[in-house]
Design a binder for this molecule. Structure first.
Ligand code: SF4
Ligand code: SF4
Length: 370
């Protein structure tokens, strides 16, 4: 079987932190144990998650504490760290060393788009990955993807060897012309390539909805959390074989386990309710930032970009509030205020959502610094 039967994967990109800002290993160990005890087995990390600390955490919390056949592990090759053809193997060997996993059940070229693909092509990463698969160091090979359906179609035509593709799907972006969730999903299905979903809750955006949108869902199912709707939307799609959720605390883990242990696909009536909730959200013109943080490391001003964008989005949903301004000021103090942006464009170049970040930060500065 290509994928485990249970469709929930543990994303290891937003792990719980201690007050000192380091990964809280004790809590991660407990969460990993609970996830496995509930019968789920899929874990997803990447070379760059938590500035390189996620993979070593996988070793301590998972690999050294559980039999290798009790879990499956996915990780990713980062185009932006590749310095030459020899660095491909070097990074892969380092990943094996960091995780201690011996082999990777799933290995992906990370964040493929029409820019990054040139780097993967230049260093012949596709054939290299096939060799790793033949040698048993990779069990299944795929790529995570952030571009249009036309680019995906081209890639899957050129690379019929890939076993799966990882896509951003969520009910809000399903028909979004920029993200093209539905079109990408259909393209993968047409090529017979199974889909792993990333960001089903859209970096937390779909976990807190404006009251009129939340009410639609709450009135129908008072006990169901808002993230559970988002996860069920993705898991209900036939060609989706795994839904990743980046779990940061025990409450999120328990909620996800509840949703997916006794999974019920969405009914047509429920799908319609989600369409109505999404319409309400779209009316607010929220910034579709997924909080992936790819933009943050290279910002010469040290701006905590997604945190400031989240403040702007909260303002659109809930209006002005004293608390929100305080939170904004805290994020600004930890990094820099939105007005510190010098418009260098680094962030726009790496943003998988192709967001006009400097423009958004101007709007954020106007909202909070006036
Ligand atoms: S454009 Fe602004 S926010 Fe983006 S990297 Fe440059 S300074 Fe930072
Ligand atoms: S602005 Fe773009 S790159 Fe930065 S966190 Fe948001 S989605 Fe990610």
């Amino acid at each position: 079987m290509l994928f485990p039967e249970k469709k929930l994967g543990f994303g290891l990109m937003r792990l719980p932190l201690t007050d000192d800002g380091v990964i809280d290993l004790t809590r991660v160990c407990r969460m990993v144990d609970e996830f496995l005890a509930a019968g789920f087995t899929y874990f997803d990390t990447a070379y760059g998650y938590h500035e390189g600390k996620s993979e070593p955490t996988v070793r301590k919390a998972l690999v050294e504490r559980h039999p290798r056949d009790a879990f499956t592990l996915a990780t990713k090759l980062p185009a932006w760290f590749l310095k030459g053809p020899e660095s491909v193997q070097q990074i892969f060997d380092e990943q094996l060393e960091r995780t201690g996993a011996g082999y990777f059940d799933y290995y992906l070229l990370h964040a493929v788009d029409s820019e990054n693909v040139r780097i993967y092509d230049r260093y012949d990463c596709w054939n290299w990955a096939l060799r790793m698969r033949r040698e048993g160091r990779i069990r299944h090979f795929g790529f995570s993807f952030h571009d249009t359906a036309a680019v995906l179609d081209e890639l899957l035509t050129k690379h019929p060897e890939v076993d799966f593709v990882q896509l951003q799907l969520n009910y809000l972006d399903w028909d979004n012309e920029l993200v093209q969730s539905a079109a990408c999903y259909e393209t993968a299905a047409r090529h017979g390539v199974p889909v792993v979903v990333m960001e089903p809750v859209k970096g937390g955006t779909l976990a807190t909805l404006p009251e009129d949108a939340a009410k639609i869902l709450r009135d129908y199912a008072p006990g169901a959390s808002l993230p559970s709707w988002a996860i069920r939307f993705c898991a209900s799609l036939d060609n989706v074989k795994m839904v990743l959720s980046g779990m940061s605390n025990e409450a999120q883990l328990s909620d996800n386990l509840r949703t997916m242990s006794d999974f019920h696909p969405l009914t047509e009536e429920e799908r319609e309710l989600l369409r109505r909730a999404a319409d309400k959200l779209r009316d607010l013109a929220m910034v579709p930032c997924t909080a992936c943080r790819y933009c943050e490391e290279g910002c010469p001003q040290g701006i905590h970009i997604p945190d400031l964008i989240r403040c702007l989005n909260h303002r659109k949903v809930y209006g002005k509030s004293g608390d929100l301004k305080e939170r904004y000021q805290q994020f600004a103090a930890q990094g820099a205020p939105a007005s510190a942006c010098i418009g260098c464009g680094q962030c726009e170049g790496v943003c998988p959502q192709h967001l006009p970040v400097p423009e958004i930060l101007r709007e954020t500065a106007e909202a909070f610094e006036g």
